[in-house]
Design a protein around this ligand. Structure first.
Ligand code: ACO
Length: 333
């Protein structure tokens, strides 16, 4: 049994924030940001807009492209680290889409590797669990967890959602050939957004020491940019080589390199290591910044709808980020 990608879609907020806009709130400038990251603009949720609305819109577009009715979806995987509900937002998206075929819906939390892990999970559910139509949505609103006074992090991120529909098929049509996945909790200190430590200590006024606990909130994104940069440039080429090997393919089989859109210099560094020419590297960083779990399906959707990626082409894709987590998959559009 195989599984193939049959639809994609994406959605971004309407509010656009340029590097010049950011220079009005923190001590930075367009040149510093664009030279070091390749980012010029990002989209940010405003007002009452929610991450789940973006995710639902992206998923609707993927279903339309795939020509699959919501009732025929049997699994909704929402890859996000910024759920609107602590208990998970996937079931709300299932309801908003009107999926009445009794599907399973749950969240996957793995930061910028989330979509990649969702894609691989979808293929496992199809191959081993008899699922037929799986929606994989990558959506994040890191703007809500960024310290907008910290110029070292706030310049990097944007909000977005992207989705793909993965469908069971005959093995000869298989579109997810091989993958490679890892995590390293030791590296968590380099990139995290943990529960605020003073809130873990618990209450101090009750009759029982440390009880009742205080309700928690999360810190803003904390990042050691240099360490994350080194980590990505080291592990991503190795992971893609391993995924290629698992797929029985070589570098020359890759038509497109589609990495998590974190930083243009990471994209260029990985492409150089794998000897993939610049024109074969998908990048939309300039317009959207780092949209975490949304970045791969957002870039895929743009490239497919823009006629860049064509049916039957082979894509090496990789996610990497907080956890630390990272992984690659070799897929065919
Ligand atoms: N504008 C102007 N100056 C700045 C800014 C800014 N926005 N941010 C930092 N600086 C200053 C620093 O204060 C420092 O000044 P100093 O030399 O006087 O001390 C100088 O610029 C250099 O700062 P560094 O942090 O050393 O800059 P670096 O070259 O490492 O670039 C960056 C920082 C762009 C964050 C880089 O490290 C990077 O891209 N790392 C990868 C980060 C990443 O991709 N994270 C996300 C991946 S995982 C995920 O997606 C969640």
């Amino acid at each position: 049994k195989g599984c193939k990608l049959v639809g994609c879609g994406s959605a971004v907020p309407t509010l656009q924030i340029s590097n010049d806009d950011l220079s009005k709130i923190v001590d930075t400038n367009d040149e510093w940001i664009s030279v070091r990251t390749g980012i010029r603009n990002r989209r940010v949720l405003s007002g009452k807009d929610r991450m789940t609305d973006l995710a639902t819109e992206a998923a609707k577009k993927a279903l339309e492209m795939a020509n699959v009715h919501p009732d025929d979806v049997d699994l909704v995987l929402l890859c996000t680290s910024t759920a609107d509900d602590l208990f998970g937002s996937a079931p709300q998206i299932q309801a908003a889409l009107g999926c009445k075929g009794n599907p399973l819906a749950f969240d996957i939390t793995a930061a910028c590797s989330g979509f990649l892990l969702g894609l691989i999970s979808a293929s496992c559910y199809i191959r081993g669990g008899g699922f037929k139509n799986v929606l994989v949505i990558g959506a994040d609103a890191l703007s809500r967890f960024v310290d907008w006074t910290d110029r070292g992090t706030c310049i990097l991120f944007g909000d977005a959602a992207g989705a793909v529909l993965i469908q069971a098929c005959e093995s000869e049509e298989d579109g997810i050939f091989g993958f490679d996945v890892h995590s390293d909790g030791e590296g968590n200190r380099h990139l995290n957004a943990g529960v605020k430590e003073h809130e873990i200590e618990g209450g101090i006024n009750g009759p029982i020491e440390g009880f009742p606990p205080k309700s928690s909130s999360y810190s803003c994104v904390q990042m050691n940019g240099k360490e994350v940069f080194r980590f990505a440039c080291r592990v991503v080429p190795q992971s893609i080589e391993m995924a290629l090997q698992n797929a029985g393919l070589t570098r020359s089989d890759i038509d497109w390199l589609l990495l998590h859109q974190a930083n243009q210099r990471i994209l260029d560094g990985v492409a150089t290591r794998l000897e993939i020419p610049t024109e074969r590297v998908i990048s939309n960083l300039a317009n959207y910044g780092n949209t975490s779990a949304a970045s791969i399906p957002l870039a895929l959707d743009e490239a497919v709808r823009g006629g860049k990626i064509k049916s039957g082409e082979t894509i090496a894709t990789a996610g990497f980020g907080a956890g630390l987590t990272w992984g690659s998959a070799i897929i065919r559009w």
